[in-house]
Write a protein that binds this ligand. Structure first.
Ligand code: ADP
Length: 397
C-alpha cells in the first residue's frame, strides 16, 4: 500500500509518498506561501531532479490539489491514478486527553479535534484544513490522524498536573500535554533496535533539539515525563522561545514595559530563547560563528541552552533511577557536534562519556559514546513522516 503523509501548517504544507511494503520514500515535497502572493510547490521524486511550480494557491484545498497533480504527473509522479494511494496520514498537533494513539478519522474524531482548537490555536486549525481538503478531493480514501501529543498521554499525573488550583485542570484542561511525541517515539524505537535490546528493558532520555526543543524520559517504551507543557513554550530554551521562566516575570514585564494584551506571549514565543539572549540569531550555526568571533552574548546563549538540557537530563535520571541511553535528534541534535560535546561534557560520574572522535558526525545513525561509557549516547535522525506512514498503514491495511 502507498501512503500519502500530509503535514499542514498555516501557510505551508509538507508531504511525502511512501510505499509501505518496504517503507521506501517515493516522493516528497513542500508547498509554501499558501494564500499569499508567490505560492510555490517544490516536488521531488526520489532520485530525480526537483520540480518547482509557482502558481496561485488561495487555499489549502488548492495546495492539496497541486500536490495530487504532482503525485500523478506522468513525468515526476509516482502513481498512475490516485486510487493507488491506499490511505492518507495527517499530522495533527493537539488531541488533548482524547487520544493516546493515532486514529482513523471520522466525524467524531473531527468534532474532538475541533474541541482542541482552543488548546492549539495556531496549529490545529491548519491541520484540520488539510484534512478537510483531502477528504473533499479524495472522498473514498481512508484518513488517519497522528498526534504530537499522543505518545505523552502515558505520563503519570505527578508529571502532568501543575501545582495550581486543581479546578483549572478540571474546568480548563490545563495540564502538561507535551509535544514532538511522534519524534520521541520514533527515536526511542530506533534506539532499542540499534542497541539490540527490547525497549521494555530500557530507560531512555530522548533529546529533540531543533528550533523547538524538548526532552522526554521514556521507561520501558512508555513516556514518563517530557519538558514541553500545556503549550510548546515550556521546558528547554529554544530558538526563539523562552522555555521555563518564573511565571511572575510575565506580569512584571507587562507592567514595566506597558505591554498590550498578547504581547508578552509574543515576546516569550518569538523574541526570546537563544535569539533573545544573544541578539544575534535563533540559528545555532550563526550563534557559533558569532561566538567564534568573540561575541560574548552568543557564547552565553549557547551555554544557557546546554545548561538547560543538562538540567533536564539530570532530573530524568533521577525520575527513572538511571538511564541506559541518551538520544540526540532534530536539527541541532543531529548536526551540532560542538553542542553535543558541551551538553555531555563532564558527566563521567553519571556514566555518560562522549567519544569526541565518534561524535564528529552529522545526520547519520551512530553510537557516539566511548566504549567504556555505561550510558550509551546515540545520534538518530528523526523521521516523523515515516512514523505517521507506519501508523496510517497499521490502521488501514
Ligand atoms: P524545526 O523545529 O523547525 O523542525 P529543525 O529540527 O529543522 O527545526 O532544526 C533547525 C535548527 O537546527 C536550525 O535553526 C539550526 O539551529 C540547527 N542546525 C541545523 N544544522 C546545523 C548545523 N550544521 N550546526 C548547528 N546547528 C544546526
Amino acid at each position: 500500500m502507498k501512503v500519502l503523509v500530509i503535514n499542514c501548517g498555516s501557510s505551508s504544507l509538507k508531504y511525502q509518498v511512501l510505499d509501505m511494503r518496504n517503507e521506501v520514500l517515493e516522493a516528497k515535497g513542500l508547498v509554501e506561501r499558501i494564500g499569499m502572493e508567490g505560492s510555490v510547490i517544490t516536488h521531488e521524486k526520489t532520485d530525480m531532479e526537483k520540480f518547482q511550480l509557482i502558481t496561485p494557491m488561495e487555499s489549502h484545498k488548492d495546495a492539496i490539489g497541486h500536490v495530487l497533480d504532482a503525485i500523478v504527473d506522468p513525468n515526476h509522479g509516482v502513481v498512475s491514478d490516485m486510487s493507488e494511494i491506499g490511505a492518507v496520514g495527517h499530522r495533527v498537533v493537539h488531541a488533548g486527553e482524547k487520544y493516546a494513539d493515532s486514529v482513523i478519522i471520522d466525524d467524531s474524531v473531527l468534532t474532538a479535534l475541533e474541541e482542541c482548537v482552543e488548546l492549539a490555536p495556531l496549529h490545529n486549525p491548519p491541520n484540520l484544513l488539510g484534512i478537510a481538503a483531502c477528504q473533499e478531493l479524495m472522498p473514498n480514501t481512508p484518513m488517519v490522524a497522528v498526534f504530537d501529543t499522543a505518545f505523552h498521554q502515558t505520563m503519570p499525573p505527578e508529571s502532568y498536573i501543575y501545582a495550581i488550583p486543581y479546578e483549572y485542570y478540571e474546568k480548563h484542561k490545563i495540564r502538561r500535554y507535551g509535544f514532538h511525541g511522534t519524534s520521541h517515539k520514533y527515536v526511542a524505537e530506533r534506539a532499542a533496535d540499534m542497541l539490540n535490546v527490547d525497549i521494555k528493558d530500557l530507560k531512555l532520555i530522548t533529546c529533540h533539539l531543533g528550533n523547538g526543543a524538548s526532552v522526554s524520559a521514556i521507561k520501558r517504551g512508555i513516556c514518563m515525563d517530557t519538558s514541553m507543557g500545556f503549550t510548546p513554550l515550556e521546558g528547554l530554551v529554544m530558538g526563539t522561545r523562552s522555555g521555563d521562566i518564573d511565571p511572575a516575570i510575565v506580569t512584571y514585564i507587562r507592567e514595566k514595559e506597558g505591554l498590550e494584551q498578547g504581547e508578552a506571549n509574543e515576546i516569550l514565543n518569538k523574541k526570546s530563547g537563544v535569539l533573545g539572549i544573544s541578539g544575534v540569531s535563533s540559528d545555532f550555526r550563526d550563534l557559533e560563528a558569532a561566538a567564534e568571533d568573540g561575541n560574548e552574548r552568543a557564547m552565553l546563549a549557547i551555554k544557557i541552552f546546554a545548561h538547560k538540557v543538562r538540567s533536564y537530563i539530570g532530573a530524568y535520571i533521577g525520575e527513572m533511577n538511571g538511564v541506559d541511553a541518551i538520544i540526540f535528534t532534530a536539527g541541532v541534535g543531529e548536526n551540532d557536534i560542538a553542542m553535543r560535546d558541551i551538553i555531555c561534557n563532564d558527566m563521567g560520574n553519571l556514566g555518560i562519556k562522549l567519544d569526541l572522535v565518534k561524535n564528529k558526525v552529522r545526520g547519520k545513525e551512530s553510537i557516539i559514546s566511548r566504549d567504556d561509557s555505561k550510558v550509551k549516547i546515540l545520534l538518530i535522525p528523526t523521521n516523523e513522516e515515516l512514523m505517521i506512514a507506519r501508523d496510517t498503514y497499521r490502521l488501514c491495511k
